[in-house]
Design a protein around this ligand. Structure first.
Ligand code: ADP
Ligand code: ZN
Length: 600
């Protein structure tokens, strides 16, 4: 609706402008001079006028050619109420005719212009209103764009570290390439494939690569874009999408963020009418098409457990492909894929980078290569070296350095002790992640300083004492502040959140509290494709158990608190020496702090 209105307004404006322009142009071309009526009368009396056309409101005519001039001069004038005019013209032998003049322009100006102005104001107000109401006027100007790519130019060579997923998708490519082969054998063709995995692991990339490998058109749309609209519009879009796809078969339809659209019906505070209709339409379309025409539906989600079970039933998204975070080998492969676009120096050891980035997604790794290349450019280098890569890892972990955030001297000192506290505890407790670097240059949104700890290997298990050590390291910052300044500051909030979370998981999920025993009180929502019970949020335990849980969490934190307090009190001299160096230099390495510690 919105779009149409704005269009017609522009057409009218354009038309008016064009008319005015043409009118002026014709006048200019004919060199018609606009003169006052009085001057016209004088000219008539002086016998200079040759002929006149009389309209009811205007008149125009020709003068007698002046001496030497070939062209007679043209003029026009507004006509004034003047009963003697005709008599006078006759007296001075002026030829005259009456004409019916075109009133188009006048009508246009007196009628259409106000209407246009009104429409413009109306349009403007409603657009404002529409924005305020979160898209009331968005209807029809749907944000849910269907993107169709004829040739995605992405192949399996561009996707690394997800070999199992690739293996599973090979069959789909085969089918899209030669559907006849499959139909002849009567094999079952998958209709809907659900890619499941954390954000940034390459689900979209993988879907595009399937289209690229098979050489078919790739239709994509995001689930979250469907649900912002009026009831019925999303459903119409789904219909539209499938219609377009069927015309272009063989092809792939890819729906990103399927969970936004396919949340279990009846979940949440209100049943969402629009989402439900859209989802129903999607189900109808899925049931209604025959994959043998060469249309394959793919979708991605990182929260399969909240999907409506109807979506996962046989004949719909019944094939699930896990796209997980890459392991070390996978990370190296992904880094290599993205490093093809940059020039690496001889010291740029990608294996080193792969080793220090457990838990990173493909998108994070792509980002590292990109950041490193930008850094190299900024440093005027023509190759990306290991120092740029390492700096890029830090940037991706901790955000950008914020050199312009100025801390006062007191704050800076506090941050230096806080960070040295973390680092010192980490260095003192066996089995903690290696301390790479301690910095008091503010970074990212919230960090005023940070201690960069990187694991040396991928970990899949953690022991109880390792978790306790983690809590201890997190408390180290706050306790160092207390020890030196006598009181804590707000800077430790984030640390406390993390420490509490760990302690909570130890008690509730991992059964690591002796008092409560080896039971789990919190069922992690597994990404299983089962119907969810709404009552699972709190877990089913008594008030009494809840109180015990709280006590146990507090006990774990308190124990670590006492332990760290003793540890730092013993090493107060090292803490002070380390913080002093950090204050001077702003950044020191873990090894340097270790050297200070060993000196005593
Ligand atoms: P998702 O859809 O899972 O959130 P994307 O496919 O959008 O993730 O990934 C974003 C970007 O990250 C990709 O365009 C690509 O550059 C990079 N990337 C992610 N995973 C991989 C991978 N396995 N191999 C290569 N590049 C990857
Ligand atoms: Zn801290």
């Amino acid at each position: 609706m919105n779009k149409k209105i704005s269009f017609s307004i522009w057409y009218v404006f354009l038309a008016i402008w064009a008319v005015i322009l043409v009118h002026d142009f014709i006048l200019a071309l004919q060199k018609i001079e606009e003169i006052p009526y009085s001057e016209f009368k004088t000219l008539v009396v002086a016998g200079q006028v040759a002929e006149v056309s009389l309209g009811s409101h205007t008149l125009s005519g020709k003068l007698k050619p002046a001496e030497g001039a070939k062209e007679p001069k043209l003029f026009s004038s507004i006509r004034v109420e003047d009963p003697d005019l005709v008599k006078e013209l006759q007296a001075h032998q002026v030829k005259f005719v009456g004409v019916v003049e075109s009133t188009f322009l006048r009508d246009l100006l007196s009628w259409i212009l106000p209407v246009v102005v009104f429409l413009a104001i109306w349009f403007f107000i409603f657009r404002r209103l529409g924005q305020a109401q979160g898209g009331f006027m968005q209807v029809g100007q749907s944000k849910a764009k269907i993107y169709a790519e004829k040739d995605t130019k992405v192949t399996f060579a561009d996707v690394a570290g997800v070999d199992e997923a690739k293996e599973e998708l090979r069959e789909v490519i085969e089918f899209l390439k030669t559907p006849e082969k499959f139909t002849k054998l009567g094999g079952k063709i998958p209709k809907g494939i659900l890619l499941v995995g954390p954000p940034g692991t390459g689900k979209t990339l993988l879907a595009r690569a399937v289209a690229g490998e098979a050489g078919v058109t790739f239709f994509s749309i995001s689930g979250s874009e469907f649900v912002e609209m009026f009831v019925g519009v999303g459903a119409a879009r789904v219909r539209d999408l499938f219609e377009q796809a069927k015309l272009k078969a063989p092809c792939i339809i890819f729906i990103d963020e399927l969970d936004a659209l396919g949340k279990a019906r009846g979940m949440g505070p209100m049943a969402h009418e629009e989402r439900e209709q859209t989802l129903n339409q999607l189900l109808v379309e899925m049931d209604g098409f025959d994959p043998r025409i060469g249309v394959i539906l793919m979708a991605a989600t990182n929260r399969p457990e909240i999907l409506d079970p109807a979506l996962l039933r046989a004949g719909r998204f019944d094939r699930h492909v896990l796209v997980d975070r890459p392991d070390k080998g996978g990370r190296l492969a992904i880094l290599r894929v993205h490093a093809r676009q940059v020039t690496l120096g001889p010291d740029a050891d990608l294996e080193n980078i792969a080793a220090m980035t457990p838990g990173f997604s493909g998108a994070d790794l792509a980002n590292i290569i990109n950041e490193a290349a930008l850094l190299a450019v900024r440093r005027g280098k023509d190759q990306v070296g290991i120092s740029e890569l390492q700096e890029a890892v830090e940037r991706v972990i901790a955000g950008l350095e914020k050199k312009n955030r100025v801390l006062n001297k007191m704050e800076k000192e506090r941050v230096a002790y806080h960070e040295t506290g973390h680092a010192l505890v980490a260095l003192s407790l066996p089995g903690s992640d290696q301390v790479q670097k301690i910095s008091i240059i503010p970074r990212g949104i919230a960090a005023l300083g940070y201690t960069l700890q990187l694991p040396t290997e991928d970990r899949f298990l953690m022991t109880k004492s390792e978790l306790e050590n983690k809590v201890a390291v997190l408390l180290g910052g706050r306790i160092a502040e207390e020890l030196i300044f006598g009181e804590a500051s707000t800077g430790a909030q984030n640390d406390l959140v993390k420490a509490t979370d760990i302690a909570k998981s130890m008690v509730k999920a991992y059964g690591m509290s002796e008092k409560l025993g080896a039971i789990t009180l919190e069922r992690e929502r597994q990404p299983q494709f089962i119907q969810i019970q709404m009552s699972q949020e709190k877990g089913d335990y008594s008030e009494e158990t809840a109180r015990e849980i709280d006590c146990e969490i507090r006990r774990i934190i308190d124990e670590q608190y006492e332990r760290v307090k003793r540890l730092l009190a013993e090493r107060k001299a090292v803490l002070q020496a380390g913080a002093k160096v950090l204050l001077e230099r702003e950044v020191i390495s873990g090894a340097e702090l270790k050297a200070i510690m060993e000196k005593g």
